[in-house]
Design a protein around this ligand. Structure first.
Ligand SMILES: O=C[C@H](O)[C@H](O)[C@H](O)COP(=O)(O)O
Length: 268
């Protein structure tokens, strides 16, 4: 069930409704228009409610997870959280957490993580995810795979009927050696789904995007549903040259979705 925000109006439809209200008496409290970033922040703050003092925390990467890390830093500063150990899922989050004074460690020292909070690029109805459009999928999968609880935070734009359904990238991290060869193999794996495989590059100079682990990313785009996700995952991982892919199957334990009607929590 959705937890509604009081006096919130969002979306084009709601904006029209709000503009029609001009000639009517103003409501006792004015409507609030929430941006996508504000929705991300709402989901992130809700997830931080699950954090308790003494926890070892997986710290996610991306614009949504950034709000959660900021919030954890704030609560530590206020003394409302104590003895937290953060395990960052990227160099970027590492820098952010350091700047906030969050004590950091790694999986070598803490092989079991109490809770991870992270965003996602797509979430299907079974809580399977696409991640890695920011390029951090390998460290994310290692850390989130070691968690007792993995809370995913998204705004409602991330919900899809099936993975790949947004028409946007499904990232695969590969070694740079003979990347064209690996990209071609990936494309051929999903020929039936009308797959396009593209090396991720920087728009400015066309240079390949390099991950925190010094690898490349091949972005897969599907015209059709790829079907059996477990079979797809196994097939990708069997290719020599592939390091990891961005499908996070059966890993999320909670998904928090912030939308125009409120926040929904789905647990496994
Ligand atoms: O590599 C990036 C991560 O998987 C992010 O968690 C994911 O791309 C979602 O990012 P955002 O919250 O910025 O949409």
């Amino acid at each position: 069930m959705a937890i509604a925000y009081p006096h919130v109006i969002r979306s084009e439809k709601a904006t029209v409704e709000a503009s029609m209200m001009v000639s009517t008496p103003p409501p006792s409290r004015p409507p609030v228009f929430l941006s996508q970033d504000e929705l991300k922040k709402i989901a992130a703050y809700k997830a931080v409610d699950f954090v308790e003092s003494g926890m070892v925390l997986g710290l996610g990467t991306g614009s949504t997870a950034k709000h959660a890390v900021d919030r954890i830093g704030e609560l530590l500063k206020q003394g409302k959280l104590k003895n937290i150990i953060g395990i960052p899922t990227s160099k970027m989050t590492h820098e952010q957490a350091l700047s906030l004074g969050i004590p950091l460690s790694d999986l070598d020292t803490y092989p079991v993580v109490d809770l991870a909070i992270d965003g996602a690029d797509e979430v299907d109805p079974y809580m399977n995810l696409v991640k890695g459009r920011g390029g951090s999928l390998l460290r994310e999968k290692m850390i989130e795979g070691a968690c007792k609880k993995f809370v995913v935070i998204v705004d409602e734009s991330k919900l899809v009927k099936h993975l790949g359904g947004s028409g946007l990238a499904m990232p695969v991290e590969i070694v740079p050696f003979c990347w064209k060869f690996t990209a071609e193999k990936l494309k051929l794996l999903f020929g039936d789904a009308g797959c396009v495989a593209k090396l991720r590059t920087f728009k400015e100079n066309g240079e390949p995007f390099v991950t925190d682990n010094r690898n490349y990313i091949i972005d897969l785009y599907f015209k059709k549903d790829i079907g059996d996700l477990k079979a797809a995952s196994d097939a990708i991982l069997r290719l020599t040259g592939v390091v990891e892919h961005g499908m996070f199957l059966d890993m999320a334990t909670t998904v928090i979705v912030a939308g125009e009607l409120g926040v929904t929590l789905k647990n496994k």
